[in-house]
Ligand binder design. Sequence first.
Ligand code: TTP
Ligand code: MG
Length: 397
Amino acid sequence: MVRDRYIVHVDMDAFFAAIEQRDNPAWRGQPVVVGSDPKGGRGRGVVSTCSYEARKFGIHSAMPISTAYQKCPRAVFLPVDMEKYSLVSRQIHRVLYDFTPEIEPIGIDEAFLDISGSYHLFGTPRQTGVLIKKRIKEETGLIASVGLAPVKMVAKIASDFGKPDGLVEVTKEKLFDFLWPLEISKLWGVGVKTRQSLNEMGIRTIGHLAKKDVNELKKIFGVNGEHLWFLANGIDERDVEPETSAKSVSNETTFAKDTADQDEIDSSLMWLCEKVSGRLRSAGLKGRTITLKIRVTGFQTYTRAATIPEPTNFVDVLYQQIQNLYKNFKFRKKVRLVGVRVSNFVLSGFQGDLFKEKTDSKTEKIHQAVDAIKRKFGEDSIHRGRTNAGPNFIRAT
Ligand code: TTP
Ligand code: MG
């Protein structure tokens, strides 16, 4: 049975590119690509995002920047200005908190809101959606797409469905009219392999899956089969989970040339640990899960993660974990990209181990002093011994 809930999913349109177009009127209506430097088609790295005008040329997020350049050399190519985008992101979150405290931010430009208990303050659920869009436009000058549905997954599909400048409401009564004709890969948890297996069973739409015998699905796909069947039938018990405003902090870098030079890789890893550690501390966060990402020549991408008992934002702890992960990771090809991510957060006031508290508070003081120097003299004023000048930075999420 589908519950009486009103979940809103908000997702900004072409977020980074829309901010740049807002700030530079000459770029409005133009193909704008935000990402690494295309260097006349020889650039490395990827597209972060692009304006809808650029999407008409087939450009999209995560595409190599050189391909984007080939598709539309006359596009406006801009670097990522994460500081500016984070500021806008915080403005948007503040607007959303005027509608409900039940907010689950996802990444920089997206959030789920549970307005079941608050929509009556603003009219109907749909009117609340309209008002959310209007307030975001007033505060930031930017356009959000909004989806409204009784379950999270459908709210997200709905916001995407209406893009750009969308407002799609899927009521409880219309849920299956909306959901069932959709292609099976729209369902959360259906990746390339599951999709292929489902297609082989003649299941192409979410509706096909919903009408299958759940026991048959369980036999083939285990608990995941049952889970997918529930989702296809509009049953998704997941609540909007309010929490700290980010799920992970990460930085990654693409080398100017694929490399097997251990010193170069090592110093980049240290540089990334410093970056992530600094961002965690300025957000007042500590995390327990540390993830290493490696992309090798040929674009294959691997991740390895470690979860430690004590949450941390200390650069040395991060670096030690990352080094271990790197050492235990066997691969032969040259490295194209490395990334460091910390997730599984607690607020940094938390202390689990009383014995460790003394040494931690000393290390904390050292970190604070480093942060203060950086604030005063700039990001590159102080580095660890291992770090060289910052490599070309592409993405922080
Ligand atoms: P998205 O919401 O996925 O994309 P978007 O807002 O640019 O476009 P739309 O939602 O209208 O389809 O991501 C939000 C921002 O995150 C995006 O503006 C740039 C950044 N981003 C990357 O840096 N790399 C990526 O691969 C993706 C998908 C997004
Ligand atoms: Mg978006």
